[in-house]
Structure formats: structure tokens, C-alpha cells
Design a binder for this molecule. Structure first.
Ligand SMILES: *[C@@H]1O[C@H](CO)[C@@H](O)[C@H](O)[C@H]1NC(C)=O
Ligand SMILES: *[C@@H]1O[C@H](CO)[C@@H](O)[C@H](O)[C@H]1NC(C)=O
Ligand SMILES: *[C@@H]1O[C@H](CO)[C@@H](O)[C@H](O)[C@H]1NC(C)=O
Length: 294
């Protein structure tokens, strides 16, 4: 497909341009936020990729969707074994993150992708619409991202992060509905990681429980990390069907955490940690389902 090769060339060009004196250290990079003077409009000052091509998230709307019969169901390997391990839950100042066991991996993306971590994006109590991707302009309440790296090509996530075909992310939309016992295996520990830098071990569980119904229905496109450094190295799989969590669970997520350290004199709540949708030119999103099947 010309569009696809054009895109591949663009990504390659971007990577080549970027790979000058091996990643100059960002200027005071870790200070980025979602609002205020370090908000997303200024990310590209310290992180040039954030102002570059093929950025994420995007709005998923009919004009850009194309059914593609070659999008087969993904295989989720090592997901249930994860129940026998401990997970580490961390507040990194931007989100709450769970480190995933390396024996978890996805099949069906060409290469093998080993698991790295999962984290969430959400809104606030007044506007509980904090998904990153939108569908037809509409936000869901929140969004879960499971991050993987191409372990056929690269030895670790941190090496793969800025490389061609480096990463794959699975995205799950979250909407308000009934209580979700699986998501509670994360949410019930939020109080232990209220502040930036805090970390706690939690009992393992089968990560597959976090996936929505009919995971064979998904959107697929080539995009970027949605946080600095915004590298355009992510193969996105956004599941079509949302999972439900209760109003109380959503509220817990929206109110439990701070972006700041425990001793910070001016605490900042961790709310609205989602990036605005990005321009989507010269690209198509492939879908594994036919939209009339609604
Ligand atoms: C980074 O921040 C510190 C303190 O806020 C400041 O002193 C320093 O000049 C900054 N460095 C750069 C490269 O902007
Ligand atoms: C379907 O997707 C594959 C990659 O996932 C791509 O190579 C192929 O060109 C697409 N087919 C069509 C008809 O767009
Ligand atoms: C990916 O996971 C498999 C199975 O656990 C492991 O053998 C392999 O070393 C991992 N790859 C990397 C790059 O860590």
C-alpha cells in the first residue's frame, strides 16, 4: 500500500533524524505535566517527537477506518501464570503503573512482544471523561494501556522505546457500570501509592481478566507514546468494547493519587492525565470488525 510505505518512510526518516548524538538528555524533562506551563503544548520544547509525526492518541471515526481481514485475534500468552507472582504497583508522578512479568507476551503481531508495564489515564470527578483515544469524538471514562516491547528485535523495553517497531500497546476503554472485581485488584491498593515515588507489592492475578469482551474486535494503527518523549514507535491495538467499573471505583481512581511527593508543600492531584487527540493525516486505522455489526 502506498500510504503504508509512505508512512513507513516517514517513521524511518523521523528515527534517522532523531538518532543524532544518541538522545540528548531532555532539559529538566521529568517536570512535564498535563496542565500549566509544563503542559502538553510545551512538551515538544524538551521532547521534539511530541511535535512530530504519527502522534497518539487519535479520534477513531468512520472516515479513517478501514476493515482489514488480516487482523487476526491476538494470542495472550503467560497471562494466567502471572497469578502466581507478586506485581509492583508504582506512582510515577504521571500515572499508576504495574510492572508486568516478562513471560507475559502477545502473539499475532508478527514479532514476539514481551510485556513491560500497564498504567491508566483518567479524568476528574466533575468531568469523568479521561480516555485518551476517542470514538466519534466521544471520550470514555478512562483508559488502560498495556505496554509491550519487540523482544525478537530488542533486549529490553528501555532499548526498544525509540526504535523502529519497538513497542506495542494494548488499550482498553473503561466506562462506568457495574463493579469490576478484576480492576479492583489494582484499585484496592491505590491508597498505598498516593504520592509520587511510592511503590507497593500486590498479589498477582491473571492480567487477561482486564481485557474486554470479544478482544478479537479492535482498531489497529501506527502511532506514538502518549506521554513524553512521545516516540513514534508504537503499534496500537485499541479494543472496540469497553470494560465496566463502578462509579465508586472510578471515583477512587480520580481522587486517590497525587502527582507530587509526600512532602511537597504544594500537592497536585493526579487528575485529567490524558493527552488531547492528535492530528491524523495520511493515515488509516485498520479495524478487525465490520462496523455494521454494532
Ligand atoms: C533545570 O531545573 C533546575 C532547577 O529547577 C535549574 O536550576 C536548571 O537550570 C534547569 N536546567 C535546564 C537545562 O533547564
Ligand atoms: C491489512 O493490514 C496489513 C497489516 O496489518 C497491511 O499490510 C495490509 O496492506 C492491509 N490490507 C489492506 C487491504 O489495507
Ligand atoms: C521474553 O520472554 C521470554 C519468555 O519468558 C524470555 O525467554 C525472553 O528472554 C524474553 N525476552 C527478553 C528480551 O527479555
Amino acid at each position: 500500500m502506498p500510504l503504508r510505505s509512505l508512512h513507513a518512510a516517514a517513521v524511518l526518516l523521523l528515527v534517522v533524524l532523531k538518532e543524532q548524538p544518541s538522545n540528548p538528555a531532555p532539559l529538566n524533562g521529568s517536570k512535564w505535566t498535563y496542565i500549566g506551563s509544563d503542559g502538553e503544548e510545551s512538551w515538544s520544547k524538551s521532547y521534539p517527537s511530541c511535535g512530530g509525526l504519527t502522534q497518539s492518541p487519535i479520534d477513531l471515526h468512520d472516515d479513517i477506518l478501514q476493515y482489514n481481514a488480516s487482523l487476526v485475534p491476538l494470542g495472550f500468552q503467560g497471562y494466567s501464570e502471572s497469578a502466581n507472582q507478586q506485581f509492583v504497583l508504582t506512582n510515577n508522578g504521571h500515572s499508576v503503573k504495574v510492572k508486568l512479568p516478562k513471560d507475559m507476551h502477545i502473539q499475532g503481531l508478527g514479532a514476539r512482544y514481551n510485556a513491560s508495564q500497564l498504567h491508566l489515564h483518567w479524568g476528574d470527578q466533575k468531568e469523568p471523561h479521561g480516555s485518551e483515544h476517542t470514538v466519534g469524538g466521544k471520550h470514555f471514562a478512562a483508559e488502560l494501556h498495556m505496554v509491550y516491547y519487540n523482544s525478537d528485535l530488542y533486549p529490553s523495553a528501555s532499548i526498544a522505546i525509540d526504535k523502529p517497531e519497538g513497542l506495542a500497546v494494548l488499550a482498553v476503554f473503561i466506562e462506568m457500570g457495574s463493579f469490576n472485581p478484576s480492576y479492583d485488584k489494582i484499585f484496592s491498593h491505590l491508597e498505598d501509592v498516593k504520592y509520587k515515588g511510592q511503590e507497593v507489592s500486590i498479589p498477582g492475578f491473571s492480567i487477561e481478566e482486564l481485557l474486554p469482551k470479544r478482544p478479537e474486535e479492535y482498531y489497529r494503527y501506527q502511532g506514538s507514546l502518549t506521554t513524553p518523549p512521545c516516540y513514534p514507535t508504537v503499534l496500537w491495538t485499541v479494543f472496540r468494547n469497553p470494560v465496566e467499573i463502578s462509579q465508586q471505583q472510578l471515583m477512587d481512581l480520580e481522587t486517590a493519587l497525587y502527582c507530587t511527593r509526600v512532602d511537597d508543600p504544594s500537592p497536585r492531584e493526579m487528575i485529567n492525565n490524558f493527552r488531547q487527540v492528535q492530528k491524523f493525516e495520511e493515515r488509516l486505522v485498520y479495524v478487525s470488525f465490520r462496523s455494521e455489526e454494532k
